[in-house]
Design a protein around this ligand. Structure first.
Ligand code: AMP
Ligand code: FES
Ligand code: ZN
Ligand code: ZN
Length: 329
C-alpha cells in the first residue's frame, strides 16, 4: 500500500476514507481535517483563547498538540478526580498531561477535586443521596462544572474537549435507542454559550475516528495513558462503540455517515417539527408550492440547474406530477 500523496510506503490505510498515507502526510492530514471542522462548524476564531480539557488520554493530548501546531492559543486544563485506588489512574494521567505541557512549553492548569472540594469522586459517590449512584455520572457532572467555571473565570472564549467520532457516534446511538430528545437536540460539534455563565463548548475532533487519533498520538510520539478509568468497566458507551465497530467492519465509513447524517437532518429541521409532526413549510418564491426551506422548492432548484431552461406549463399538471410539492407521500 502506497501513500496517495507521495507514493512512499503507507503508514496507515483508512478504509473509511479510501485513503492511505505515509507518516509525514498523515501528520499533515489530521491538522488539515481538524482545521476544516473548526471552520465548518464555526468553533473558534484565530486569536481567541481556548481552554483544552485534557484527560491524559490520546484524544485530548492529540487535540492540544494539533491546536498548538495550527497556531491557536490553547492552554490545558486537567481535572484531578482523585481516582487513585488500584492503578493510580488520576496520578498517572495527570503526569502524562504535565509531561506533555512541559515538553511543548504550554500552560497547564490543574484543579484537584479532593483538594479544592474536599472529596474524591469515590467518596462523593458513596455519600451521594441524590439518586446518582454511579461514579461516572457524578464524575461527568463534576467535570462539566469545573470546566465551565475555569473557562469563565479565566476568560477563555471556548472550551475544547477531545471527543472523537467514535465517542460522538456511540452517544448518538445511545440517545437514539432511548429517543432522548433533549440530548439529541443539544448533541453536536458546538454547544453555544446560550446564556451568561455558560461558556461555548467545541469538539474539533468530532469527525476523526478513534483509530486515527491513536495513530496520530503514536506517530507524533505523544505519551498517553493506555488504561481506561477503572469505573468505566462495563459502561454503555463501550458497548455502543463495540456495536458500531461491528457495523464499520462490514461497511467502512458507516460511523461517519451515521453521525454526519444526523447533523444534516438536524440542520434540515428534524427538531423543528410542529406538534402535528410536520416541518414548518414556506411558499416557494417561484411556483408557490409548499417547501420546507425558505426560498425556492426542490423542483424549482432542480429546474433552474437544468440548461437550457424550458418555460413552465401555464395550465394543468405535468404528467407524473402528483402535486405533492416538497411534502412527499
Ligand atoms: P471522556 O468522557 O473520559 O471520554 O472524556 C471526554 C473528554 O473530556 C476528553 O477528551 C477530555 O477533553 C475531557 N476530559 C476527560 N477527563 C478529563 C479530566 N480529568 N480533566 C480534564 N478534561 C477531561
Ligand atoms: Fe470519571 Fe472514570 S473518569 S468516573
Ligand atoms: Zn506521503
Ligand atoms: Zn452550581
Amino acid at each position: 500500500m502506497k501513500c496517495r500523496k507521495c507514493g512512499a510506503p503507507a503508514a496507515i490505510n483508512m478504509r473509511e476514507h479510501k485513503l492511505a498515507l505515509c507518516r509525514e502526510h498523515f501528520l499533515e492530514w489530521i491538522p488539515e481535517q481538524t482545521e476544516r471542522a473548526i471552520h465548518h462548524y464555526r468553533m473558534v476564531e484565530r486569536g481567541e483563547k481556548i481552554l483544552v480539557a485534557v484527560s491524559g488520554g490520546k484524544d485530548s493530548l492529540s487535540l492540544w498538540d494539533v491546536l498548538h501546531r495550527l497556531g491557536y492559543a490553547a492552554d490545558g486544563l486537567y481535572i484531578d478526580l482523585g481516582i487513585d485506588e488500584g492503578i493510580a489512574y488520576s496520578s498517572k494521567s495527570r503526569a502524562f498531561c504535565e509531561q506533555f505541557a512541559a515538553r511543548q512549553g504550554l500552560t497547564l492548569r490543574v484543579v484537584s477535586v479532593p483538594e479544592t472540594y474536599g472529596r474524591s469522586i469515590a467518596e462523593a459517590t458513596r455519600l451521594s443521596t441524590r439518586g446518582r449512584k454511579k461514579p461516572c455520572s457524578i464524575c461527568g457532572l463534576v467535570k462539566r462544572h469545573i470546566m465551565n467555571r475555569v473557562g469563565r473565570e479565566q476568560g477563555y472564549a471556548a472550551l475544547a474537549t477531545g471527543h472523537n467520532l467514535d465517542d460522538e457516534a456511540a452517544v448518538l446511538l445511545h440517545n437514539a435507542m432511548t429517543w432522548s430528545g433533549g440530548y439529541l437536540v443539544r448533541q453536536g460539534p458546538v454547544l453555544p454559550a446560550s446564556r451568561p455563565g455558560l461558556g461555548r463548548k467545541v469538539k474539533p475532533l468530532c469527525r476523526i475516528y478513534e483509530r486515527e487519533t491513536a495513530a496520530y498520538a503514536l506517530m507524533r510520539g505523544i505519551d498517553y495513558i493506555y488504561e481506561e478509568c477503572p469505573f468505566s468497566v462495563g459502561s454503555s458507551t463501550l458497548y455502543y462503540k463495540d456495536v458500531l465497530n461491528r457495523l464499520e467492519e462490514d461497511r467502512p465509513g458507516a460511523k461517519l455517515q451515521f453521525y454526519l447524517s444526523f447533523l444534516q437532518a438536524k440542520d434540515g429541521g428534524l427538531f423543528a417539527l410542529n406538534a402535528s409532526g410536520e416541518a414548518e413549510l414556506h411558499d416557494c418564491v417561484t411556483c408557490g408550492q409548499p417547501t420546507s426551506a425558505p426560498g425556492k422548492c426542490a423542483f424549482c432548484r432542480l429546474w433552474d440547474s437544468l440548461a437550457p431552461a424550458l418555460p413552465l406549463p401555464q395550465d394543468g399538471l405535468r404528467e407524473g406530477d402528483g402535486g405533492q410539492g416538497e411534502m412527499g407521500s
